[in-house]
Design a protein around this ligand. Structure first.
Ligand code: ZN
Length: 489
């Protein structure tokens, strides 16, 4: 196809005009968008993956605490950088509350620092949000979220807020729960907190009298910002909330011991719970009320033996229920525990040992040990043994590597016998009580070692039927070591 030279020239002229118009229009649009930017920025905050914030990174990782993930949001923007970390759990309601809290701070920060992005000043903002986790023996986590914000001025602003959660039940603990909603208990708590602050030389000398009086009055609201630790309750005060000067954001730590008569029963320390007299306690152990008792408690060599094993615990609700069910059938089992969890729930481990179950080591962090260094393997195993010993006074007697992954390098790091299994109930996969029974029925044989996980409620709930069935089939339930020694005989 040929074209006239003149019309070609005209065509080029049209092209140039067209391109110029497009360019002008698009720069106008960009300019308009920039004008609207402040409004848009707020939206950016809410939607985490908004593409116009290229410097922002969001990251999710597991924590050392079971069921808790850490969300990390960072931006290395020159003027408005931030680093935010907050926890997320299995409980959506809790997750929303925590996310909204950190998002609010972030929004505020980005709004307040917006002027920096438009100026040529050398100043820049700073936002840091991080958290600590504490756990009480009841399983309650306290997430202590610290934030520090500087919007480009000389002084920054810091704040500490605590969020409490029972990850299994989803319950978010309040001060009302802790004090069983008792006004008198609240007044007593207020008195204890005041006494603590006044008797602390450092705090007392920097007290803002009016604020102190107001903030320690016995109102539920005044005592709502607390963390529940293993043996203390801590109240956090922000800057200038009650003090000034060097003791700027004090933490008031009250031993639970001192609160034992005012806190709700389930938080009381074990020593103070009323023990039944020795005679009734023995009687109760022999014959739990309303429970069917099996006659023969000793292992009869003519009966078929089976070893029940429970991995990955302990866990407050499910392990406790399993212990109850085992007791009902006079069954002994072996628990392969994670050191990280033992350190959270030493009470349950103690109970386990006292009930005559065998204590097993399942490493601290549930790593595939065949991929770890010898040093790491030894640490994983030894720390767990130590935690079990600390909880019960006894070392574990058997070891099960996570995933059953074992090689000579792993075996070299422990003198404990390595115990695997022959019946895998796959309870973690099906999470179904009926499936548990069906699976055991199909696979169990004399001398079987059955693998279950005591961290699942479905396993705990399905166990009764499994034990009823196996007992009906003439099985006795022994620990792994008892099973091995009976095989050796
Ligand atoms: Zn495991």
């Amino acid at each position: 196809m040929s074209t006239h030279p003149k019309s070609k020239k005209r065509r080029r002229w049209i092209d140039i005009t067209f391109i110029f118009t497009i360019l002008t229009l698009s720069s106008l649009m960009i300019f308009l968008l920039m004008l609207l930017n402040p409004a848009k920025k707020e939206k950016v905050v809410v939607s985490a993956n908004f593409p116009t914030v290229p410097k922002e990174q969001i990251n999710e990782s597991d924590s050392a605490y079971p069921g808790i993930r850490i969300i990390t949001e960072t931006s290395n923007d020159k003027k408005t950088p931030y680093a935010i970390q907050f926890p997320q759990s299995n409980v959506p309601e809790f997750n929303d509350i925590v996310k909204a809290y950190t998002n609010n701070i972030k929004t505020l920060y980005l709004n307040e620092t917006n002027y920096l992005t438009e100026s040529n000043m050398y100043r820049k903002g700073e936002l840091n949000i991080s958290f600590e986790v504490f756990q009480h023996t009841t399983g309650y986590y306290s997430f202590v979220i610290h934030s520090y914000m500087n919007t480009g001025g000389t002084d920054g602003l810091s704040e500490t807020r605590i969020f409490r959660l029972h990850n299994q039940s989803g319950h978010m603990l309040t001060i009302n729960d802790l004090l069983a909603n008792n006004e008198k208990a609240l007044i007593k708590l207020a008195t204890i907190v005041r006494e603590y602050i006044i008797s602390d030389e450092q705090l007392n000398s920097h007290l803002l009298q009016k604020q102190f009086t107001e903030k320690t009055m016995p109102t539920w609201d005044n005592y709502s910002n607390f963390s529940l630790k293993k043996d203390s309750i801590e109240f956090y005060y922000d800057e200038y909330e009650i003090t000034a000067g060097p003791a700027i954001s004090p933490i008031v730590s009250i031993p639970l011991e001192d609160l034992n008569d005012i806190i709700a029963d389930n938080f009381k320390l074990p020593e103070v719970t009323i023990q039944p007299s020795p005679t009734t306690s023995v009687k109760e152990e022999e014959k739990p009320s309303g429970e069917i008792q099996t006659e023969d408690t000793t292992v009869n060599p003519s009966t078929k033996l089976v070893a029940l094993t429970f991995d990955d615990g302990p866990n407050p609700e499910s392990t406790t229920l399993i212990l109850d069910t085992l007791k009902k059938y006079n069954a002994k089992a072996t628990f392969f525990m994670l050191g990280s969890r033992v350190s959270f729930y030493p009470e349950i481990v103690k109970e386990m040992k006292e009930a005559g179950h065998e204590l097993g080591n399942h490493t601290w962090n549930h790593l595939d040990l065949t991929k770890a260094s010898s040093e790491k393997i030894a640490l994983e195993i030894n720390n767990t043994s130590d935690a079990i010993e600390q909880a019960t006074g006894s070392k574990p007697t058997v070891f099960r590597p996570p995933y059953g992954a074992v090689n000579s390098k792993v075996r070299d790091q422990t003198s404990l016998p390595v115990v695997l299994w022959d019946v895998d109930t796959l309870d973690w996969k099906y999470r179904n009580a009926n499936h548990l029974l069906a699976h055991v029925k199909n696979h169990v044989k004399e001398g079987s070692i059955i693998l279950m996980h005591d961290i699942h409620m479905s396993t705990a709930e399905g166990l009764d039927e499994v034990l009823a069935y196996l007992q009906g089939e003439g099985y006795s339930f022994v620990t792994v070591s008892e099973l091995k020694s009976s095989n050796a005989n």
